[in-house]
Design a binder for this molecule. Structure first.
Ligand SMILES: C[S@@+](CC[C@H](N)C(=O)[O-])C[C@H]1O[C@@H](n2cnc3c(N)ncnc32)[C@H](O)[C@@H]1O
Length: 305
């Protein structure tokens, strides 16, 4: 993904709201608990990281992200002796990841907000998260599961004007029932931020994450899907948030990016927001997966494996 840090930082109200709802839902568990150390996986520009610090008041918070520009931005924006921002990939081999984030001791809690849907190696990510935690430590991950706006991204890749920029992407063999695609047209798997943009089977996805957690030393894993609507004050706010995460923009030459975005948002206006009667506000309907898992207390430390 190629997020523009400044734009993302100014427009990620949806992610901040989701993070704060997650904190509210677990506040009782944390009320009388001293949390010493926390890791934030995929911290982006750090404004959710700062909220984590306010929520837990931990002594040490390691926040890391694969993107060097996000970390550069976060370091400038959030200067706090308790937070250490590092460049690292949650899917790397453990020895490299551990060294990249300067981890000397396992931590009490791992948070990850709106990150894990971007990764392809879920098993590695969960295994690494388990290794970061003390026995009895907890992981709270919130990730994007689905939005009914995603099919529009697929549709624009098939517009005659833009089709050539996406022709190299892998195609799935699903025959479309999508009214905006001609019958029989194949779908592209990689135009959206997700490997497959079609809505995944909810229970199968829950079971998959549960089983990954179970095989990585977690117990008491709960995975649920939360349906949400985020209301943007106007179309500009909505556009900024969606643009800042616009994964498929990278396939378009720089000189045509703005034109592409204009066409995309015209399409969104025609197919998504036209029936919303709340002008100038815009609603985004989406669903998140929430994973709460506790590392088995009797697990040996795996830090050096
Ligand atoms: C939508 S942003 C969320 C940022 C922040 N957690 C928030 O809620 O605002 C997703 C972040 O995940 C990061 N990311 C994606 N894949 C990653 C990986 N494999 N390892 C670490 N970070 C990753 C991206 O670089 C991006 O900054």
């Amino acid at each position: 993904m190629n997020i523009v840090p400044q734009l993302y930082d100014e427009s990620n109200f949806l992610q901040q709201k989701d993070a704060n709802e997650l904190f509210t839902s677990i506040a009782e568990e944390f009320r009388n608990r001293k949390v010493k150390s926390v890791i934030d996986v995929g911290c982006g520009t750090g404004n959710v990281t700062a909220d984590i610090l306010r929520f837990t008041d931990c002594d040490k918070l390691i926040a890391f992200d694969k993107s060097d520009s996000m970390i550069e931005f976060a370091r400038q924006r959030h200067r706090n002796a308790k937070i250490s921002f590092q460049i690292a990939d949650i899917c790397d081999e453990w020895s490299k990841l551990k060294s990249d984030i300067n981890l000397n001791e396992e931590v009490d809690v791992v948070f990850s907000v709106h990150c894990l849907h971007w990764i392809t190696d879920k098993a590695k990510a969960i295994e690494n998260i388990s290794k970061m935690l003390k026995p009895g430590g907890q992981c709270y991950a919130l990730l994007f599961f689905w939005s009914d706006i995603l099919p529009l991204q697929e549709q624009i890749t098939h517009f005659p004007k833009w089709n050539k920029y996406f022709s190299h992407l892998e195609k799935s063999d699903v025959t479309t029932t999508d009214k905006c695609l001609s019958p029989g047209k194949q779908r592209r798997r990689s135009s959206a931020p997700f490997p497959v943009y079609l809505r995944s089977d909810e229970q199968a996805t829950i079971n998959e994450w549960k089983s990954l957690c179970d095989s990585s030393g977690f117990s008491e894993t709960q995975v649920s899907v939360k349906k949400s609507v985020f209301c943007f004050d106007d179309f500009t706010g909505f556009k900024d948030e969606v643009t800042s995460l616009c994964h498929f923009l990278r396939y378009i030459p720089d000189t045509l990016k703005q034109e592409f975005l204009n066409d995309y948002f015209d399409h969104v206006k025609n197919c998504y927001t036209s029936d919303q009667k709340i002008h100038p506000k815009v609603e985004l309907r989406y669903e998140c997966l929430i994973i709460c898992a506790t590392k088995s207390a009797n697990k040996e430390t795996v830090q050096d494996q």
